[in-house]
Design a protein around this ligand. Structure first.
Ligand code: GDP
Length: 196
């Protein structure tokens, strides 16, 4: 899909603040700094649609984006930021959990992981939730421009092994910097929606 007119809709923390819309949603989840804002911008073909929270690692809201009136992108708060208190972590976990559990429009989850690192405990928890939910999903390995092509293949295999996704069919290496893998990821999203 070539995006023509992506728009920020709203930031929300509680379900009563989520936008009223029938559009189906693709939620982006991952550790803070995994590259969520960059990926949303790359998919939308914009430089500054999604703002990086990584400077403070403090993006605790859910941001909703209207993608040409066809899909809503949902940027979930990044988890696992080290320098916040236990209470804050619990609160962010609640914001994410609540969205995942109450939102009927949620159709697909894209779980991002830095290709260079093994999944964290939080990543594994998120992955297990996604599998159990029966939703469409994709695991996106980010920042692949920092690795050689051989290394990328090795990381896809290793992360696939850790997750039990050995056939690799759900793992997509991308680089938001050089846009590698972005058209392929759009194809995966489009295909998931066509099957609906
Ligand atoms: P978020 O916290 O998950 O939203 O992550 P950001 O999108 O803000 O990215 C975190 C950091 O990683 C920033 O410094 C980005 O410039 C960098 N980054 C994100 N995606 C890529 C990528 O594909 N390649 C490279 N080299 N850096 C990236």
């Amino acid at each position: 899909m070539t995006v023509k007119d992506p728009k920020f809709i709203i930031s929300a923390v509680r379900p009563d603040q989520y936008p009223e819309s029938d559009m189906l949603e693709v939620a982006f989840a991952g550790r803070s700094n995994a590259g969520k804002s960059s990926l949303i911008n790359a998919l939308a073909g914009r430089k500054k649609l999604a703002y990086s929270g990584s400077t403070q690692g403090m993006t605790r809201q859910i941001n909703f984006y209207d993608i040409d009136g066809e899909i809503t992108f949902v940027d979930l708060p990044g988890y696992g930021y080290a320098a916040v208190s236990k209470d804050q972590k619990a609160l962010w976990g609640k914001v994410i959990e609540e969205y995942l559990n109450v939102r009927p429009q949620l159709y697909m989850v894209i779980l991002l992981m830095d290709a260079r690192h093994d999944p964290s405990g939080d990543d594994l928890t998120m992955y297990e939730w996604i599998k159990a939910s029966g939703l469409e999903y994709a695991i996106v390995l980010t920042k692949c421009d920092k690795l050689s092509r051989m290394q990328v293949l090795g990381r896809v295999r290793e992360i696939g092994r850790i997750l039990g996704e050995e056939d690799g069919g759900k793992l997509f290496p991308v680089s938001s910097t050089d846009k590698k893998g972005i058209p392929e990821l759009w194809e995966v999203i489009d295909r998931a929606f066509e099957e609906d």
